[in-house]
Write a protein that binds this ligand. Structure first.
Ligand code: PHE
Length: 454
């Protein structure tokens, strides 16, 4: 097998990892949960969860990947060959593959909305008059998403884009893509923020977002913030292990994890500063901001009420597409790396073996909103079932197992060796990180699992 690939630059390491972390979790899950759970109170809780739980668990994955220099299954086989710990990695690979099946569909919608924003088709509804805008965008959404063929076409386009990037390899594909797209994402975010913050009445939206209502914090809100922190940092999916296996041996893991977490938080805050002032300004804040409806109905309604709707809408959907694309590439890479390392496949064959079945699986997920909407398993459509099984069950289990392995069973001194780059750096963080990974993280994540199951 050829030499293990590596990211070429420090910037590439950060851009690729941040690219994975910033996804639909930041753009639509975060604002919806913030609105429902006390504005800034939820934000503070989320920040605490990111630092207390997210960064340590991230460091566990980084150490495994960089120290084991293999795919998500291979690292366990290398470090503990005599025990079946590789099953923990296998769970991450399974989760990542199930997630990509439905995430690709949503990524396809973002491309569909981008095309409709550029062509102006989305804003035909503006002619319908102010009162019926909501109804108009809601029916647009069912038209765009509920059709059988159109969303499948856009999902296929996204799969093809992913194949193109993945075939380029780690440096020329993933790293290059992230280096170009991450700055684009930040520029668009800041531009949109400037626009929405100057809307009339924007201040009140900012106030809601930044002034805490602690009465809304209940144990179940804490569990939600924990879950959001894990999902948003791409934990438990094998992604961080896979990407960190491409980190050079000089990469400072602690610093990288803090930068990635801070940038992901910054994006969530900027998104909040776009969404809350905008919905407040147009009086759209009286109903719950629900994930898909927020981005595909509420925001188009906001844009329609502003001058130059097609421009803002195009910028926003480019942003969403960038967030989705860098995340889909990272999650697909988990299986690609696994096939390369475990089955000694060449990259090309590994990419095609991972991606071609998605033309069937993702199409089935897409049809969950069309012809297969009444086909349910345990009361869930295929799309919802995959979403529920992965987010609520597999991800928490794989994260707990990962912490137990790192905390109790990994070779002695392994974590401190990685955090200190084999003794070259002085790492003050090993002890607190180890404490969290051993005790706190498994208990907190078990709470998420239990609350998801009852
Ligand atoms: N952090 C990502 C997000 O917020 C999680 C994710 C990564 C999901 C990759 C799917 C694929 O969306």
């Amino acid at each position: 097998m050829s030499e293990k690939s590596q990211f070429g630059t420090k910037l590439g390491v950060i851009a690729a990892t941040v690219g994975s972390a910033i996804g639909l979790g930041n753009v639509w899950r975060f604002p919806a949960e913030t609105q429902a759970n006390g504005g800034a109170a939820f934000l503070l809780l989320y920040v605490a969860c990111v630092f207390l739980l997210g960064i340590p668990v991230m460091l566990a994955e980084f150490s495994l990947g960089r120290g084991g220099r293999s795919d998500a299954i291979g690292v366990f086989k290398k470090l503990s060959p005599e025990r079946p710990w590789w099953l923990v990695g296998a769970l991450g690979v399974l989760a990542s593959y199930l997630i990509i099946c439905f995430y690709m569909v949503v990524a396809g919608w973002t491309l569909e909305y981008l095309v409709e924003s550029i062509s102006g088709g989305l804003y035909d509804a503006v002619d319908a008059g102010e009162e019926s805008l909501r109804a108009a965008f809601t029916s647009k959404m069912s038209e765009y998403v509920g059709d059988d063929l159109r969303p499948i076409f856009f999902t296929y386009a996204l799969i093809a884009l992913n194949i193109g990037v993945l075939l380029g390899g780690v440096q020329k594909g993933i790293e290059k893509l992230s280096n170009v797209l991450m700055p684009v994402l930040f520029v668009i975010l800041v531009a949109l923020c400037c626009v929405t913050l100057t809307l009339p009445g924007a201040g009140e939206g900012v106030r809601f977002f930044l002034s805490p209502d602690f009465t809304k914090i209940t144990p179940s809100v804490v569990v939600q913030a924990l879950g959001q922190a894990l999902f948003s940092l791409s934990i438990g999916m094998g992604i961080l292990i896979t990407y960190s296996s491409y980190y050079p041996s000089t990469t400072k893991l602690t610093r990288t994890s803090v930068i990635v977490a801070l940038l992901s938080l910054l994006v969530a805050i900027l998104v909040g500063l776009i969404i809350f002032p905008a919905v407040k300004s147009f009086g759209l804040d009286n109903e719950p901001l629900r994930g898909a409806t927020l981005v595909f109905v509420t925001l188009p309604e906001v844009f329609a009420r502003m001058p130059l709707p097609a421009l803002w809408s195009t910028l926003f959907f480019v942003l969403l597409l960038v967030a989705a694309l860098t995340s889909t590439v990272s999650i697909a890479e988990v299986s690609v790396a696994m096939l390369q390392d475990r089955f000694k496949m060449r990259r090309r064959k590994a990419v095609l073996t991972t991606m071609l079945p998605l033309f069937v699986f993702s199409a089935l997920c897409s049809l969950s909103f069309g012809s297969l909407s009444s086909f349910t398993i345990f009361g869930y459509t295929i799309f919802d079932l995959l979403d529920m099984v992965t987010s609520d069950i597999i991800l928490p289990i794989s994260s707990i197992a990962l912490c137990i392995y790192m905390g109790w069973f990994a070779p002695k001194g392994f974590l401190s060796g990685e955090l200190s780059n084999k003794g070259e750096l002085h790492s003050r963080w090993t002890r607190p990180v180890m404490f969290i990974i051993r005790y706190l993280a498994p208990i907190l994540i078990a709470m998420i699992l239990i609350s998801n199951c009852i």
